[in-house]
Design a protein. Structure first.
Length: 310
């Protein structure tokens, strides 16, 4: 009786830690200035050597310290920080919270699988533990990849309206930095992701960084071809002194056309995607509802006819 109680308490504590780390990973910073400074610091090359990780304090960074001592752990931390930056989570605690969440999720699945396999033979237990380990390691990665795709899709959907507004603002006579800052303020509550990226570029330029380098970092953070074309257009316009507002209006119209084509493509694919749920779930239930009563009636008639013949 003591062993199930201990296992239940450990499972409850692990679930509580999972919920806490998930909340810490999902929430944003309460101080806007501190959050912006953390984002700017995250733009620098991530230093994930063991010596640099030792300088970090806190529980979450202690998890990163422990992972860095494992062979291949430094590369994993570096890739995780880069992936989280692609997903829009550039706070210092993001990598530690994600690592803690992934480890707790992995150990929880292993513990639950060990509990269910406790009465089976060794081979079955090994197979079950291997399956739980693979699932616990890969599922958080897939969730993070989904977050990256979701963040990039939000940026791409926000780009046409934002570029059009930027062209209108520049047409009124504002400079590029002032125009981008004004657009980020106007779009803060409609498209907060792209507004934050524009504000980050403006802050980097105001801090003394070259505009071309700031836009290169924007391209590296987002990885979107439309933003790459927009950055090249802005840099070339600044270099050659051409009018930017008219070009931005034309480019915004092209972006709207591309967004409309993506929507039409998604609608065209919806029918094919619905085919598999229909075949797997709807058609079997429909066959059961329509055919089973008739089959039962035939079987009852046959059994009644056989009984009458006897």
């Amino acid at each position: 009786m003591l062993l199930p109680t201990i296992f239940f308490l450990l499972t409850l504590a692990t679930l509580a830690a999972l919920i806490w780390s998930g909340i810490a990973l999902a929430r944003g910073g309460e101080d806007p200035l501190a959050s912006r400074l953390e984002e700017l610091q995250a733009l620098a090359p991530a230093s994930t050597t063991r010596r640099a990780l030792r300088r970090r304090g806190g529980v979450l960074n202690g998890v990163l310290n422990a992972i860095a001592f494992v062979p291949g752990g430094e590369d994993w931390v570096r890739e995780t920080e880069q992936e989280l930056a692609y997903a829009g989570m550039r706070q210092r605690w993001a990598a530690g919270a994600y690592a803690l969440f992934q480890l707790l999720f992995l150990f929880t699945l292993l513990g639950v699988m060990a509990w269910f396999q406790r009465n089976n033979d060794a081979l079955t237990m090994m197979v079950g533990m291997a399956a739980a380990g693979i699932l616990g390691w890969l599922l958080p990665k897939q969730v993070l990849h989904f977050g990256v795709r979701r963040y990039r899709r939000k940026l791409q959907d926000a780009l046409p309206d934002t570029v059009d507004l930027l062209g209108v603002v520049l047409g009124t006579g504002l400079a590029l930095d002032q125009g981008m800052l004004r657009v980020s303020e106007e779009m803060e509550f409609i498209y907060p992701e792209l507004a934050a990226e524009f504000a980050t570029v403006v802050m980097q330029v105001k801090a003394g960084q070259e505009r071309a380098k700031a836009f290169k970092q924007l391209i590296r953070r987002t990885g979107i071809e439309d933003i790459k074309a927009l950055s090249a257009m802005i840099v070339q316009s600044e270099r050659f002194g051409t009018s930017l507002s008219r070009d931005l209006g034309i480019y915004a119209a092209d972006l709207r056309s591309n967004r409309r084509r993506r929507a039409e493509t998604a609608v065209a694919k919806a029918g094919i995607k619905m085919l598999f749920p229909i075949v797997l779930f709807i058609l079997p239930a429909l066959f059961v509802v329509t055919l089973v009563p008739g089959i039962l009636s035939v079987l009852q008639g046959l059994s009644g006819g056989i009984g009458a013949g006897r």
